[in-house]
Ligand binder design. Structure first.
Ligand SMILES: Cc1ncc(COP(=O)(O)O)c(C=O)c1O
Length: 298
């Protein structure tokens, strides 16, 4: 429906309590990426939150939305809250009183086409290291993003574009993406057991296309000695972090691993969505930058 016709009660528990979960999706040429994983993650989150809604139709709903908006290359957002208490039901009761119908809200915004990522250098971003003060259910894609918002504002105040969140001396993730670093000959991503971070769908795709990535606890000191740092996420794809706290990472430019991971990820998406023209256009030399194989252990 037109935005001006959309309305939500101010007593919706999403608005009052941040009581809901969300997913951020990506479409290329009208086709949705990685939906099996996105739907599984949303189903797990809804179950943990005890919100009774079945996310199975999310692919069809997303396709309908981007079609109605004539937006084939898009970011698609879905938010499911517990709903609004009925007449006479308490608004501030933490335990939901009685049955509510979940509120489901979605929108989309335009994004670049897949061609932007073909044989291209990764985009870049600068980061500041910030303390991760968020809750311990980082795996749950909660709509309550205040911890992420405060960290992003702290990074902005420090003159950086995003924050790298660190908890108890261990590296976690960005405020809206997961993290990958190149340390010595190893390509590493913080393990999901070591820090309360989101199990990113893109992170999982990266592990598929680059099984040499090691998932392990990452100490904060490793940030300073990493030759490459990158963020990875649904719209972030692979974005090179060129500066941390004002110091250049490596030579301050996107490195060969970032370039290769972006090529592999783009190729995997093109294969998944059946874009043969894109698969053909990706230069083979962009796919493998490593001079010798690194550890294949996870
Ligand atoms: C905190 C955080 N970590 C990681 C990600 C990346 O997840 P995905 O690859 O599923 O988009 C996101 C995406 O929004 C995020 O908000």
């Amino acid at each position: 429906m037109p935005l001006e016709h959309a309305s939500i009660s101010p007593f919706d528990r999403g608005f009052i309590f941040g009581d809901g979960v969300y997913e951020g999706l990506r479409s290329f040429r009208g086709k949705m990426v990685g939906m099996e994983r996105h739907i599984a993650r949303m189903r797990d989150g809804l179950r943990e939150a005890r919100i009774d809604w079945d996310p199975s139709p999310l692919t069809r709903m997303s396709e309908e939305l981007i079609k109605a908006c004539a937006m084939p290359d898009a970011f698609v957002y879905w938010q499911v809250t517990r709903g609004t208490p009925g007449p006479g039901q308490p608004v501030r009761s933490r335990v939901p009183a009685g049955r509510m119908t979940p509120t489901v809200f979605g929108y989309c915004t335009p994004q670049p086409p897949i061609e932007k990522f073909v044989n291209a250098d990764p985009p870049t971003v600068t980061c500041a290291v910030c303390e991760d003060t968020r809750w311990s259910r980082g795996h749950l894609k909660s709509i309550s993003l205040l911890g992420n918002v405060i960290a992003a504002i702290e990074a902005d105040e420090a003159g950086a574009q995003d924050a790298i969140l660190v908890k108890n001396g261990l590296v976690g993730e960005g405020t809206a993406a997961n993290l990958i670093l190149v340390h010595g000959r190893q390509i590493v991503t913080p393990s999901l057991e070591s820090v309360p971070i989101l199990a990113g769908v893109t992170r999982a795709m990266d592990l598929d296309v680059a099984p040499e990535i090691v998932s392990r606890p990452v100490k904060v000191e490793e940030l300073a000695s990493a030759s490459e740092l990158m963020l990875t996420g649904t719209t972030t794809m692979i974005t090179s972090i060129t500066q941390v706290d004002g110091r250049p990472v490596g030579d301050g430019k996107p490195g060969p691993v970032a370039r290769s991971l972006l090529a592999r990820l783009t190729r995997a998406i093109a294969v998944e969505l059946g874009f043969g023209d894109i698969v053909e256009r990706i230069r083979v030399d962009t796919l493998s930058p490593w001079s010798s194989p690194v550890s294949a252990s996870r």
